[in-house]
Design a protein around this ligand. Structure first.
Ligand SMILES: *[C@@H]1O[C@H](CO)[C@@H](O)[C@H](O)[C@H]1NC(C)=O
Ligand SMILES: *[C@@H]1O[C@H](CO)[C@@H](O)[C@H](O)[C@H]1NC(C)=O
Ligand SMILES: *[C@@H]1O[C@H](CO)[C@@H](O)[C@H](O)[C@H]1NC(C)=O
Ligand SMILES: *[C@@H]1O[C@H](CO)[C@@H](O)[C@H](O)[C@H]1NC(C)=O
Ligand SMILES: CC(=O)N[C@H]1CO[C@H](CO)[C@@H](O)[C@@H]1O
Length: 662
């Protein structure tokens, strides 16, 4: 395994000077504590760190994502020395570059490829068949949306091809066929005949004929396998054949009926762990009751956007799925508080998505968590996005009950959440990794700073505490103090009274959430530089949105870049206060940036694009639409110079294509 010098982009090849060489194993051990992206940075420091980063233990799950192009051909050759890899190759077509690329993947990587996805491609059967037989230890194959492969109906129609593919893919575990419009029984059977031990199958968004064949005028597949449609009968046959391995099924966005779901749930011997039924609009409470009865071992269930479902489904799930870990009820807007207490007392529940369940106010959630004995509450991710009946009292109670477990909280568009909630989050949920507060319009700087607004009372009893002085509106209050916990005992059901008491205490500032990797403050339009500069200091932050904050300026941008060096995604759309000056200060610290959103930033000009060109060479997404002072020539230059830039939104820039504007 000899690394090639030319792979070490940006490295000056120098060894650490004057320090004695550490043994490789020690460096490997140290690197094992880093996030993958940090490890990648570390590998550029010197030769021995690079060698350490190539250790097998880090190579288990490396995903390479590249478009079909001549330079990718070189990349693929360079990957040859990896032990395992996952490939996402986009924009493949029928032309020779694509064909050579697939041939090269087969030749150089072959048995090392663990997972293959070909998004946004249109390839021919011949190109794919040149590759598949070489991928002898493939575990995951993603043919999502590859209509070009199935349109003719002849895919794998020759026995010799099936034989080759079968000998390579007999270990395939995960097959994604979602979004295929032309999948027929025949093609489906030929393909799955080559993959005898599937664990996961996705047919999301496929045109499956669940009941009736419109072409024959009889139940689909009643007579024989269809060459035009995938039928329920045929799917059921596959589930029966592969029931000993199959545990996860995705039938989202299909027109599956209650009767068809029953028919699938009842396949003898089929034991599903995971079922996705997102946006299956025909499903009823009765379907969920039957499902729960026949598949009580489900761990993950997604019945989001199944708009017919009511609290009856929630009750059935709470009673029947005792090992459930993940549940999405998002956009099931008929659901009320009923049944949630019982659901939340399931001790195994880790992830719950209640976003856009518009009637929820949190009362029963709190009751359930309380009842389940807070010491055992294990909820790690909770989404209450767009639940506008969620108020501070509910958030305040939840934060106390979930302090030990919650990693991810989404309160986006909870209109009635105020600074008090933000303070409760910062005070009690110090293990949070993801926090989304976008569109919580009542949130102000005071909330982020963990302070009680002192606008009216001049003299606060805390005034004696020394702390940093704020310019502008903020007095000297010690928000760097460790938070005071109003309730030292085991969490209890809090009352409006407790909340009142909390209202008059400073809590922790958002600074306390030092594990954050994602923070969304977009459209919290009362926020200003005062809080952003003081609290957005997160060394591990990867994604940050400050879009639609009309009052923030270049000072916020410069501070954020300096304090959050791991950022890969930064959204600043509709921030008129951001200009080239801020970007000039920030760009040198943003060299990991991959996604940047600057639409409607009227003070951003061509100058900023040159800065990006110089400092942010890993950019993959750039949105500069409606930036009137950017010229299309500079955009073209950027596009030709940045190797990874694949998605650039530049509508209505520089007056060039203004015609249909606004
Ligand atoms: C590999 O990485 C992908 C995405 O980065 C993730 O979805 C998958 O679960 C990982 N697989 C393993 C075995 O860790
Ligand atoms: C929450 O909603 C239930 C009815 O769904 C209602 O009885 C209860 O009073 C509400 N609680 C709060 C705090 O609004
Ligand atoms: C943008 O362009 C307009 C007219 O071309 C000019 O008046 C304005 O000063 C420019 N704004 C910036 C921030 O450069
Ligand atoms: C940014 O542009 C707006 C007009 O869109 C202007 O009013 C404002 O003063 C500019 N701000 C800076 C910092 O240049
Ligand atoms: C339940 C409740 O108090 N809802 C309020 C949430 O906030 C919106 C807008 O601020 C009010 O209109 C609702 O009455």
């Amino acid at each position: 395994m000899k690394p090639e010098e030319d792979e070490m982009e940006d490295s000056d090849g120098e060894d650490l000077m004057e320090t004695p060489e550490l043994p490789l194993e020690i460096i490997v051990y140290i690197l094992s504590f880093l996030h993958a992206s940090d490890r990648k940075e570390a590998s550029l420091v010197c030769r021995s760190w690079y060698d350490a980063s190539q250790d097998l233990r880090f190579q288990k799950n490396v995903t390479f994502c590249f478009p079909a192009s001549a330079s990718s051909l070189e990349l693929v050759r360079g990957l040859g020395r990896k032990s395992r890899c996952s490939l996402i190759i986009s924009q493949l077509d029928g032309f020779s570059i694509s064909r050579s690329l697939l041939l090269e993947v087969g030749r150089s990587l072959g048995s090392k490829v663990d997972s293959l996805a070909l998004p946004g491609s249109s390839i021919t059967e011949a190109s794919l068949l040149a590759l598949l037989p070489c991928l002898t230890s493939l575990r995951r194959l993603d043919l999502r949306g590859l209509d070009s492969l199935f349109m003719s109906g002849a895919f794998l129609s020759r026995e010799e091809h099936r034989h080759q593919v079968r000998s390579a893919l007999c270990g395939l575990e995960d097959l994604d066929l979602s979004g295929l419009r032309y999948l027929s029984d025949l093609a489906f059977n030929r393909l799955t005949g080559c993959t005898p031990s599937l664990r996961r199958l996705s047919l999301a968004g496929c045109h499956i004929a669940f009941e009736f064949d419109p072409y024959r005028g009889c139940p689909v597949g009643a007579v024989q396998d269809s060459s035009a449609l995938l039928s329920l009968r045929n799917l059921r046959k596959l589930l029966t054949e592969q029931k000993s391995t199959l545990v996860a099924l995705d039938l989202s966005r299909t027109s599956i009926t209650p009767e068809s779901l029953r028919c699938i749930a009842q396949v003898p011997g089929l034991v599903l762990n995971e079922l996705h039924l997102h946006s299956c609009k025909e499903l009823t409470d009765y379907s969920v009751e039957v499902l729960v009865k026949h598949q009580p071992g489900l761990l993950k269930l997604d019945i989001s956007s199944c708009t017919e479902l009511t609290s009856r489904s929630v009750e059935a799930i709470a009673q029947g799925l005792k090992s459930l870990t993940d549940l999405s009820l998002s956009r099931d807007w008929r659901i009320t508080e009923k049944g949630l207490a019982e659901l939340l007392s399931l001790p195994s529940l880790r992830t719950l998505d209640l976003s856009e369940c518009l009637h929820i106010n949190g009362t029963e959630i709190v009751k359930g968590l309380k009842g389940s004995n807070a010491a055992t509450a294990k909820l790690e991710a909770l989404s209450l996005r767009s639940c506008s009946y969620i108020r501070d009292l509910a958030v305040f109670s939840l934060t106390q009950l979930l302090g030990d477990s919650l990693r991810e909280l989404d309160l986006t568009s909870c209109d009635n959440v105020t600074d008090l909630s933000v303070r409760a989050v910062a005070t009690y949920l110090q293990k949070l990794v993801v926090l989304r507060l976008g569109w919580c319009k009542e949130v102000t700087d005071w909330g982020l700073l963990g302070m009680v607004q002192t606008a009216k009372c001049e003299l606060d009893e805390d005034a004696a505490d020394e702390g940093p002085r704020f310019t502008r509106t903020f007095g000297n209050m010690g928000f760097f103090k460790p938070p005071r916990m109003p309730f030292e005992d085991r969490p209890k059901l809090v009352t409006q009274n407790d909340l009142e008491q909390f209202k008059h205490q400073s809590g922790a500032s958002l600074l306390a959430l030092n594990r954050l990797q994602e923070l969304d403050l977009s459209a919290c339009s009362k926020l200003t530089d005062s809080s952003i500069i003081q609290v957005v200091h997160y060394p591990d932050l990867h994604r940050l949105s400050l879009s639609m904050l009309p009052d923030i300026t270049d000072a916020s941008l410069a501070s954020v870049a300096w304090r959050c060096r791991s950022l890969t995604s930064l959204a600043l759309s509709h921030c008129p206060g951001i200009s080239d000056r801020g970007l000039a200060q920030a760009a040198p610290y943003l060299h990991r940036l991959q996604h940047l959103y600057l639409s409607c930033c009227t003070n951003i000009t061509d100058r900023s694009l040159f800065l990006l060109l110089e400092h942010c060479k890993r950019l993959r997404t750039l949105d500069i639409s409606r930036c009137k002072n950017i010229s299309s020539t500079t955009v073209e230059l950027l596009q030709s110079q940045l190797p990874f830039l694949e998605n650039i939104q530049s509508r209505f820039i520089g007056g060039a294509d203004l015609i249909p504007a606004l």
